[in-house]
Design a protein around this ligand. Sequence first.
Ligand code: ZN
Length: 276
Amino acid sequence: MKSQLKKIIPPRVGKLIKSSWLEVRRFYYTGNRYECPVCGHHFRKMLSGGFDLPVLKEKQIVGGGYRENDVCPYCLSTDRDRLIYLYLKYESDFFNQPQTVLHIAPEPALFRIFNKLDNLHYFPATKYTEGLYYGSGIQTADLLDLQFETGTFDWVICNHVLEHIPNDQLAMQEIFRVLKPWGQAILQVPYSPILKKTFEDPTITSRSDREKYFGQFDHVRIYGTDYTSRLESAGFHVETIEQTKKFKTLGNLEKYALNPKEKLFVCKKIENFKSL
Ligand SMILES: [Zn+2]
């Protein structure tokens, strides 16, 4: 239905309808309780998001499952987007220094900001799937065989992608390879804080079974608390950042409608870090 409408309505008119609708919704939700750091607007509530599946509840998945106050009514940033934005803006030099950035499967709300930053040499990229639209200006990249030279990027941002890839170790190694020495990657995934060992089973292949066991029709695993050691196996030094510790300079984080349980996985290419 949506794609049929896209064919009938000229793109410029479609854009105008969409932006008018977002303005109406921004007005409707305007209030003082929440602030979206990405678009800068204030709201009385955010939109709910996510799916209410039994396995997500049972495994207490962080970064998955239904959440109230998840999505910004205006820029559509999710709680995860806002967490990453706050980290990059206030805890790194991402916005202030020249940076070469690979952004895999870019989140639209972050893409719109990063794409306009003059200090970034920005490569938004994704592996295209037939029939899906990713937006203009996004190039093709295969995370298992990246087309970039070793040591190209200061940053790789790749969120909620690894849980889709059977050979996630190879994907992690590719990300590590294309980073410059001392480069950093933000690699968020949905994970279970009560699962010690990542659950994966290559015999679970149907959409319905994957949804039942992994929480989404195209996921191939549920990461457990060993996610960090899987990243370390690819060579990374992993800094796991709890919001309350790292973001205390920002004061009360409640207004940003983050998921307080979500940790940031900041993965650094510190060569020979184990011997430091
Ligand atoms: Zn927003």
